[in-house]
Design a protein around this ligand. Structure first.
Ligand SMILES: Cc1ncc(COP(=O)(O)O)c(C=O)c1O
Length: 386
């Protein structure tokens, strides 16, 4: 038999999902793969039950149901001030995962380069390979996860740099880029004529005093920003696979075509039910932040009492913990032992870094208080890993 595609031969399985399997094997509290163990808003699930007998059950318009896009445009205008035309500025996708892939396929030719901050969300590596692009990594240096503007410029000015991927707020490190940092990126994007593909799935999960700045709202950036986001995290519906791209009409025109051939469209009944969520009042988003702030405080205070060293996240729902004091050579081996001996699942930091970094593991805290308490009780025994 002929070999399968060379493009995909170096794909590994996702370490995050592997850690979920390992957590299951040992009955560990799974703080590896980032999804909530609590229910979505009742209004959304009730709407789903209401429409089940009558639909829509057939294909929606390929770039998304009209009422969903209208509700999304209104929400985006409300939170960012951006004037978004539901017909020419939006494509609804199967999660932000498809949004990012469609954006990359629409922008990059094989052999062109894409700048990615490291540590990074693991899909970006695969997205660049599938689109034929070559990644250039720029470090976000722990424990503060700052970047050096000169290093970024060195990357941006290389030949054939077509795009930069900006994950803000960031998974895995919880960084929320300041307006000043975003301005540095915007100036370089302008100077070297680079598209900026943003991943803003955690736009509503932020901790005071940090605020989210939509990159497209920076002066001159609306034309070169391809914003990818999602309903997964904001409404706790990661399984519904609803995401979207917002960009200028000539870019959206191309993304619509790529998306049409990739998936045809997002799930019609789920768009209909989730439209209710897009219309929620501000109080929903304030409550969401308050609930996540309480989880962050509970979990980080617990880590502190146990004596673990960590970087407090400014946004998203992950914490990077420094494990150097345990003397492991491999963070993967550490995570396997942690699941087996302590009973808590985490992700080895090396799966997010391009640099040879072995000192960190990532926990997520999108869990009920009781689940987090159980994890902390177990982590109190972590010294047996020494
Ligand atoms: C940074 C980031 N982008 C994208 C995704 C996937 O989003 P979606 O469920 O919309 O595909 C995740 C999920 O964990 C994520 O952390």
């Amino acid at each position: 038999m002929k070999p399968l595609s060379t493009r995909t031969e170096h794909f590994t399985d996702s370490v995050i999902r592997r850690m979920t399997r390992i957590s299951l094997k040992y009955g560990a509290v799974n703080l590896s793969q980032g999804f909530p163990d609590f229910d979505p808003p009742r209004e959304i699930t009730e709407r789903l039950a209401q429409i089940a007998p009558k639909g829509p059950h057939q294909y929606a318009l390929t770039w998304g149901a009209q009422n969903f896009r209208e509700a999304l445009a209104k929400k985006q205008k409300h939170f960012s001030g951006m004037a978004v035309d539901p017909d020419t500025n939006i494509v609804v996708t199967a999660g932000s995962t498809e949004a990012m892939m469609a954006a990359m396929m629409s922008v990059c030719n094989p052999g062109e380069r894409v700048v990615i901050f490291s540590p990074f969300y693991e899909n970006y590596g695969a997205d660049t390979i599938l689109s034929g692009a070559i990644p250039i990594y720029v470090p976000l240096v722990p424990p503060e996860y700052d970047f050096d503007a000169d290093v970024l410029e060195d990357a941006m000015k290389q030949a054939d740099v077509k795009a930069l991927i900006l994950c803000n707020p960031s998974n895995p490190c919880g960084k929320v880029f300041t307006r000043e940092e975003l301005q540095i990126i915007a100036d370089l994007a302008e100077k070297y004529d680079v598209y900026v593909i943003t991943d803003e799935v955690y736009e509503h999960i932020l901790y005071a005093p940090h605020r989210h700045t939509y990159f497209a709202t920076l002066k001159g950036m609306a034309e070169r920003t391809i914003m990818c986001s999602s309903l997964s995290k904001t409404y706790s519906i990661t399984g519904w696979r609803l995401g979207y791209v917002i960009a200028a009409p000539q870019i959206i025109d191309r993304v619509k075509k790529v998306h049409d051939f990739l998936t045809v469209g997002a799930a019609a009944p789920l768009m209909e039910a989730a439209t209710v969520g897009l219309g929620f009042e501000d109080s929903y988003y304030r409550d969401l932040q308050a609930r996540y702030t309480a989880k962050r405080e509970l979990f980080c205070n617990g880590l502190e009492q146990i004596g673990l060293s960590y970087t407090k996240p400014q946004g998203a729902y992950y914490v990077m913990v420094d494990i150097s004091e345990f003397g492991y050579e491999s963070d993967l081996a550490f995570c396997e032992d942690l699941a087996a001996k302590v009973g808590v699942g985490a992700v080895p930091g090396s799966s997010f870094f391009k640099e040879p970094e072995n000192r960190y593991i990532r926990f997520h805290f999108a869990k009920q208080e009781q689940t987090l308490q159980t994890a902390l009780e177990r982590l109190a025994d972590i010294d047996k890993m020494k």
